[in-house]
Write a protein that binds this ligand. Structure first.
Ligand SMILES: Nc1ncnc2c1ncn2[C@@H]1O[C@H](COP(=O)(O)OP(=O)(O)O)[C@@H](O)[C@H]1O
Ligand SMILES: [Mg+2]
Length: 379
């Protein structure tokens, strides 16, 4: 389970450390930085897949996403005057479980001699024991091209000449002596993110889809029917029926397959025929998509939902909260929402974000000492 998340210099987040629980609800007003936190988690997942640089380039490079405010925060002392930076440009991200943590430091190339000038560089990466990357706990350290590992007899070089765009998790995770690297990569892989489920008129989930076993929901929800069928065949039929019945009492989910294509339909009390997926309301479809996301046959280690309440009817908030709470018994869940009602119905641990002076802070924290401890390694 992910216990601690640290973000520095990303969008409205200058410096933020939060602890995560089996179910964590991130709330806050519009513009408080909820999506920034969500996207930072996504970037960390990208580190485990070897595509962090490509993801940053896709949104316009480091300059487009790095904290645009002053280096010193309003809680950390006086707001710096002027716009001159004293420190090097850096975006740092880290996560930790009780056993193992990973931190990455991204910056700009020193001398630009390439056509790919939106590409940032990986300056440092650390894999460490425990919840805080303080020096004593560092197990593997990558500084620019050099990778060192702490062994019984002190530091040992594991690799050199690493490319600035390649993560140690990608390049060296197979290294037989560095089990920590594959451990850290495993920690980051198998996270799932849902913020782009589509319910509009032309949503892919409204079209019949190829009937093939599907253990995880596509980003846009296209394979909804196949995921629900796979879940039911994997023995989770009771949980699916329960989620449907709590939201639409007396209704029954149908997954008709015709010519190798499968779709979703809902048999509802009082209706003379089942409603096909193209007839379902946006809110009903959104709910079914979330059922598929939370109950898919493959249980990820972490599921992150960004504003799942979108287009959901008020009556569906309680059933959704029940669904998420039950899923959180097996899978760690982070729900990002600005809806108070959903946050209250979910319970769980609460992280309330608040923007002060342009900076995302956790509401109620008085100063840097209120943050969980996190010591970024020195560059
Ligand atoms: N690079 C940046 N530096 C500082 N602030 C930023 C940067 N990029 C975006 N913001 C601000 O961050 C705020 C938070 O955005 P967002 O995370 O989408 O909020 P929420 O999801 O809580 O509505 C926005 O008000 C935006 O103006
Ligand atoms: Mg948002």
């Amino acid at each position: 389970m992910i216990r601690r998340l640290a973000i520095e210099g990303y969008r409205s987040i200058r410096d933020l450390v939060v602890d995560l629980e089996p179910l964590t609800v991130v709330t806050g007003a519009n513009g408080s930085g909820k999506s920034s936190l969500y996207r930072a988690l996504r970037l960390l997942a990208d580190c485990g897949e070897g595509r962090i640089i490509a993801s940053l380039a896709a949104v316009g490079g480091l300059d487009a996403v790095r904290w645009a405010g002053p280096e010193r925060g309003i809680l950390g002392g006086q707001v710096a005057q002027g716009t001159v930076r004293a420190k090097a440009v850096s975006l740092r991200l880290g996560v930790a479980t009780d056993e193992l943590g990973y931190a990455i430091d991204l910056g700009l190339p020193v001398a630009q001699q390439s056509a790919f000038d939106l590409d940032p560089e990986i300056k440092q990466e650390h894999v460490f024991a425990g919840l805080d990357p303080r020096p004593a706990g560092v197990l593997v350290e990558r500084t620019r091209g050099l990778v060192r590992m702490r062994g019984d007899g002190g530091w040992r070089t594991l690799g050199s000449g690493m490319h600035p765009w390649a993560s140690v998790l990608d390049e060296l995770a197979g290294h037989e002596e560095a089990a920590e690297l594959s451990g850290a990569r495993r920690m980051l892989r198998g996270w799932r993110f849902h913020d782009a489920l589509r319910t509009d008129r032309t949503a892919p989930a409204r079209q019949p889809q190829i009937a093939t076993r599907s253990v995880r929901l596509d980003d846009d929800g296209a394979n909804l029917a196949a995921v629900l069928r796979t879940t039911i065949e994997a023995g989770w039929g009771y949980e699916v029926s329960r989620a449907i019945d709590e939201a639409f009492p007396g209704s029954r989910l149908l997954l008709p397959a015709v010519d190798g294509r499968m779709s979703v339909a809902l048999e509802q009390p009082g209706m003379l025929r089942p409603l096909t997926v193209s007839e379902l309301s946006d809110g009903t479809l959104q709910y079914l998509l979330l059922v598929a996301a939370m109950l898919s046959a493959e249980k990820p280690s972490l599921v992150v939902l960004n504003e799942p309440e979108r287009s959901l009817h008020a009556d569906l908030v309680e059933p959704l909260a029940g669904l998420v709470r039950r899923a959180a018994e097996d899978t760690q869940v982070v729900v990002v929402t600005h809806q108070q009602r959903l946050a209250d119905a979910l319970g769980g641990a609460r992280v309330e974000l608040d923007k002060q002076g342009g900076e995302t802070l956790v509401a109620g924290r008085e100063g840097p000492l209120d943050q969980p401890s996190w010591h970024w390694p020195k560059r």
